[in-house]
Design a protein around this ligand. Structure first.
Ligand code: SF4
Length: 329
């Protein structure tokens, strides 16, 4: 999938060695007895107008990474830059300005839509809070945004419970769009939707990208979904990125055994065609509070060797733009 790289040399998003660890507290004195290493040294960057997909099983740390970039959870260490501006040290007031540039769309928009307020008012509130528009001007802007996301302006008066799942996701997208962001972090935005509705919402994301030049950090557990929309794909396992490449390259020549297993798990309509045994993912993802030593994937990897249990593989560029962390690459 081609991407116009000519717009700017400064990446829209630069994440460097980001770690988000959560303390585990135990006993009457809430002593810290360990940590959940949800995000454990992630480095990624993306350009204006790009869609970067992030895939991995549940428990891999994808959502925590998205929320850390939004600073909805505080990273433990590392650096996050938006258009060259470091945001990890920003105070509340400066973060307020930053939040306009980066918006989030959630898997379950219903839980983030106040059921007692008409949905048009929810979107208008975002405009008011950020001092963009109030009153009639805000109402007209919301009408326009509703039409752009495929909702009728008359539906602004309805409440969240009066909409289907797909329509609610359109409202979530409208609320994110209202602030004219540069980057939208979409956290499993179609996972809860029927397949036919998924396609409609993905098409909407793509249309809006063309219209507004938006960039998406698109989180999903399903490679088939990200394949439809992403320019590049990053694969995450137990808090670390294990592979990143252009979409077509990743599908054609996956390097990491975990990526190969994820690809093999994409359902194929013909039951006669089964993935090779060495590509089927065995067992569950280990606990992020006690990740395996060496290569974190070694407890499930069909190609494991002795050194995989001891040495952490370096994340290296194997061919231009194609990075992987595996001793065998
Ligand atoms: Fe498998 Fe070893 Fe590569 Fe890890 S480093 S993915 S265990 S072969």
């Amino acid at each position: 999938m081609a991407l116009d790289q000519s717009k700017s040399n400064i990446p829209l998003l630069e994440v460097t060695n980001l770690k988000t660890h959560f303390p585990i507290r135990k006993g009457v004195f809430s002593r810290v007895s360990g940590h959940v290493y949800a995000v454990d040294g992630v480095t990624i960057s993306m350009q204006d107008g790009e869609t970067l997909g992030l895939v991995g099983e549940s428990g891999s740390g994808k959502s925590t990474l998205g929320k850390s970039i939004m600073r909805l959870v505080e990273p433990t260490s590392g650096e996050i830059k938006i258009s060259g501006t470091e945001i990890t040290g920003l105070n509340k007031q400066d973060m307020f300005v930053h939040r306009r540039q980066v918006q989030m769309v959630f898997q379950d928009p219903y839980s983030s839509l106040n059921p007692r307020i008409p949905v048009g008012k929810i979107v208008a509130e975002a405009l008011q809070i950020h001092g963009i528009a109030t009153g009639k001007e805000a109402e007209d802007m919301v009408k326009d945004i509703f039409q752009r996301v495929g909702l009728r302006p008359s539906q602004m008066r309805n409440y969240a419970n009066e909409f289907s799942g797909g329509q609610r996701q359109r409202i979530g997208i409208a609320r994110a769009l209202a602030l004219n962001p540069k980057l939208i972090i979409a956290d499993e935005p179609v996972s809860a939707l029927d397949v036919s509705v998924q396609a409609q919402v993905i098409n909407l994301f793509m249309d809006l990208q063309k219209e507004y030049g938006l960039s998406y950090f698109f989180i999903a557990h399903d490679l088939a979904v990200v394949a439809q929309i992403c320019h590049r794909i990053a694969v995450m396992y137990l808090g670390k990125i294990v592979e990143i490449a252009d979409r077509d390259e990743l599908f054609k020549s996956p390097l990491h055994p975990y990526t190969r297993a994820l690809l093999a798990s994409i359902p194929i309509p013909n039951p006669e065609i089964r993935p090779a045994k060495d590509r089927v993912l065995q067992g569950d993802i280990p606990s992020p509070s006690n990740p395996p030593k060496g290569c974190r994937f070694h407890t499930r990897c069909p190609l494991v060797e002795e050194k995989c249990r001891i040495d952490t593989p370096e994340f290296k560029e194997v061919s231009p733009g194609h990075w992987a962390a595996c001793h065998l690459t």
